[in-house]
Design a protein around this ligand. Sequence first.
Ligand SMILES: *Cc1c(COP(=O)(O)O)cnc(C)c1O
Length: 237
Amino acid sequence: MSTIEKNLHRVGEQISAAALLCGRSPQEITLLAVSKTKPVTAIEQAMAAGQWAFGENYVQEGVEKIQYFCQQALAHDLSWHFIGPLQSNKSRLVAENFSWLHTLDRPQLAQRLNSQRPAGLGPLNVLIQINISGEASKAGILPDQLPALAALVAELPHLNLRGLMAIPAPQHCYEAQLAVFAEMTGLFTQLREQYPSADTLSMGMSDDMPAAIAAGSTLVRIGTAIFGARDYAASTD
Ligand SMILES: *Cc1c(COP(=O)(O)O)cnc(C)c1O
């Protein structure tokens, strides 16, 4: 068994344990394997272990991997999520290649993606990123901007409003993590009442996954715990 396969099994067990501990079904939680900076061989090992959803942060790197796998028979089973900050001048590459975007944070970007999404691909699945810790330096909108942006996305035919995403500031303990994630769950619950298509709450990374699951996450984004530490030297946009 490869290290990546072992890691995937372990993360899967951790997801199940965290879910069962709070009375949730492990099936409610999707594991997104964050493969940024990692080579296609690492992704192939993850695929061999049954992993099918992958997250990328850098447009060029992500598109190269998607195009590599496009030429392979299993490609249509893969799901590619763009989870990094997205500059407007790169939106077309995301619209044409990815099936999900986790970091929608402004109306103009929504409009661009909607007009750039090829009709043959079906709508781009979109999560609105919330700056839940209210950090000046962080991407995402503040909670009071959510109703307007959600209403816009819901009107755009080539986008599908699937939910919310957050990257909270690091907290010093489990209880503090849980409190921040619970605020996200509150926003998500409200959103769902108005937009039934919103079924995805993307939160939880290698260091805060159990708290995210306890708070109601439906998708955890895990990189290091699957692929090992990253070397950023080769990655730029
Ligand atoms: C890199 C990254 C992850 C994965 O982080 P790990 O700590 O390696 O699990 C998750 N989400 C986003 C948005 C990221 O950029």
